[in-house]
Design a protein around this ligand. Structure first.
Ligand code: HEM
Length: 516
């Protein structure tokens, strides 16, 4: 009798759940948007088991057109490569689309004390961003040049050892070591010596954090399929801390210690942490994107709390290390397989930096047009952080005649945009820096190039990444020429993790330049 009763309850609950899901998943049909047929439990998530997101988006675009919808569990996501549509969402109607996508295992963006800028939304985000923005100003970047230069010189010593060995080596791995030491140093004085010691514990833990999401696929899948149990997934994730070693918590504990020490002493160094400790938020200041409406006690605080500082430092460490090294790796790949471009870049470097032993001058760096064109074209071909370029609708909105309900996600289909021949001309697979002459840029849509995202929530670390990346490129190509080794993947093979990265590194050979 009890068994029959339980069975009936289970069947009735399943039928209610099934009907609810089907109703939720009718939303795109009601909106008149095409898209792949979802499964009632997983939505379209199973499609991603066999192929990365950025490839899936391109496949679906071929079938359903520039703007379509799919489901992550029950959560509806609009994907678009329509530039005017994206401009409305990311720029013009930012006040309705100020939030990012909420991931299954992340802090609560509205209530947790230790939310960082990447996940925060509304007024919380505005406060964090206005405190952080000054730390990335041009003058602060100039102050960081000696530290970056010191680290690049350490990289040069390793490349010299590799040259003497006369064997091929992986430049991606070296760039990861460079960018970790640089952000640790420029960021908060964290002891990271990964350039001089390959087994540096900080480097190992950063690498493991990047891999961490792939280590807990079941928890992540459950989070996507049943998003309403968000607090449960977070609790399980936190409990796992005591069962198995989690590198995120190792880094967090170290950051918390550094923050505490810094606040208790008079500062002797200028770095991102110090700038955040002293920077103050003025709650009465208005910006154009100011009326998002989460007002609470945290928002009124003028200075960042210890928890917030710790979360921000961890964010900068991971964002600064992974993205910049991957960009440098792709630049190295393109230079090795395009020797004529490499030569042209070296000529520009020779003109601007006659003395290879000196620290590159800031103004000369920003004046180098060809270097800028190479940087932009690399990020066009490899927009490695494309999957985070998304916004959540916070108020019912109308975009290009489409009614978007609150809660819906809008994801930019960056790879399709970056490979659209109508925007970039014939053969977008080809590496052609000339696509970024001043003239060509002037005539292009604001949303055509999105490696750093778009609108008020665009990447805050762009200047730092550019400065560090360009200093490394100038010094390396001033002294050396790089060639593809037999082990280099041509064409490049990418894999999707936290970013879209070279699967087998960038295997090159190096020689001293003859005429420098
Ligand atoms: C070439 C290197 C980099 C690339 C390609 C990159 C890419 C991106 C992208 C695509 C976004 C999302 C933008 C959007 O949603 O519109 C983003 C946001 C962000 N990036 Fe970067 N990034 C890089 C370097 C850095 C560095 C060096 C830092 C800090 C040290 C950093 C910190 C951040 C932060 C804090 C955000 C969130 C901004 C906000 O929500 O207001 N990034 N980045």
């Amino acid at each position: 009798m009890i068994t029959e009763l339980l069975l009936t309850i289970v069947i009735i609950s399943f039928v209610i759940f099934y009907r609810q899901r089907r109703q939720q998943m009718a939303v795109f049909k009601e909106m008149g948007l095409p898209g792949p047929e979802p499964n009632f439990l997983f939505g379209n998530l199973l499609y991603f088991l066999w192929r990365p997101l950025y490839i899936s988006f391109q496949n679906w675009c071929k079938i359903y057109g520039k703007t379509y919808g799919y489901f992550e569990g029950p959560t509806p996501v609009i994907v678009s490569s329509d530039l005017d549509f994206l401009h409305e969402v990311f720029v013009k109607q930012f006040k309705n689309f100020h939030a990012r996508k909420v991931y299954p295992v992340q802090v609560d963006p509205d209530h947790d004390e230790n939310v960082h800028m990447f996940f925060a939304r509304g007024e919380r985000w505005r406060r964090l961003r206005s405190i952080v923005n000054p730390a990335f100003s041009t003058s602060k970047m100039k102050d960081m040049m000696p530290t970056i230069n010191k680290r690049v010189n350490e990289l040069m010593d390793i490349v010299e050892e590799k040259r003497m060995d006369n064997k091929h080596f992986d430049m991606y791995e070296l760039f990861q070591r460079l960018t970790l030491d640089t952000i640790a140093d420029c960021g908060f004085g964290l002891k990271s010596e990964s350039l001089t010691s390959k087994d540096d514990v900080c480097l190992q833990n950063c690498r493991n954090v990047i891999k961490d999401t792939t280590k807990r696929p079941i928890l992540f899948m459950l989070g996507f399929v049943f998003p309403s149990f968000h607090s449960l997934w977070i609790s399980i994730y936190n409990i796992l801390r005591y069962i198995s070693f989690n590198p995120v918590f190792w880094l967090e504990d170290n950051m918390a210690r550094i923050v505490k020490e810094r606040k208790s002493k008079k500062a002797s160094r200028v770095d991102l942490l110090q700038l955040m400790v002293t920077s103050e938020f003025d709650p009465t200041a208005k910006t154009s994107e100011d009326d998002a409406d989460i007002i609470d006690s945290v928002v009124k605080k003028r200075f960042l709390t210890n928890d917030e500082l710790t979360a921000m430092c961890l964010l900068f460490l991971l964002a600064g290390y992974e993205t910049t090294s991957t960009t440098l790796a792709y630049i190295m790949y393109e230079m090795a397989v395009n020797p004529e471009v490499q030569k042209k870049l070296q000529e520009e470097i020779d003109e601007n930096f006659p003395d290879e032993t000196e620290q590159p001058d800031f103004h000369a760096l920003t004046k180098m047009e060809y270097l800028e064109m190479v940087w932009c074209e690399t990020l066009r071909k490899f927009p490695l952080a494309s999957t985070v370029v998304a916004r959540q609708c916070m108020e019912p909105s109308k975009v290009q005649g489409i009614d978007i309900p609150s809660g819906m996600i809008v994801q930019a289909n960056v790879w399709d945009i970056h490979y659209d021949p109508k925007i970039w001309g014939e053969n977008p697979e080809q590496f052609k820096p000339e696509r970024f002459t001043t003239e060509a840029r002037k005539n292009r849509h604001q949303m055509a190039w999105l490696p750093f995202g778009g609108g008020p929530r665009t990447c805050v670390g762009l200047r730092l990444a550019q400065l560090e990346g360009k200093m490394a490129i100038v010094k390396l190509f001033k002294k050396y020429s790089f060639y593809p080794s037999k082990k280099l993947d041509i064409p490049m093979v990418c894999q999707e993790g936290a970013t879209i990265m070279p699967k087998n590194g960038v295997q090159v050979n190096v020689k001293l330049r003859e005429h420098r």
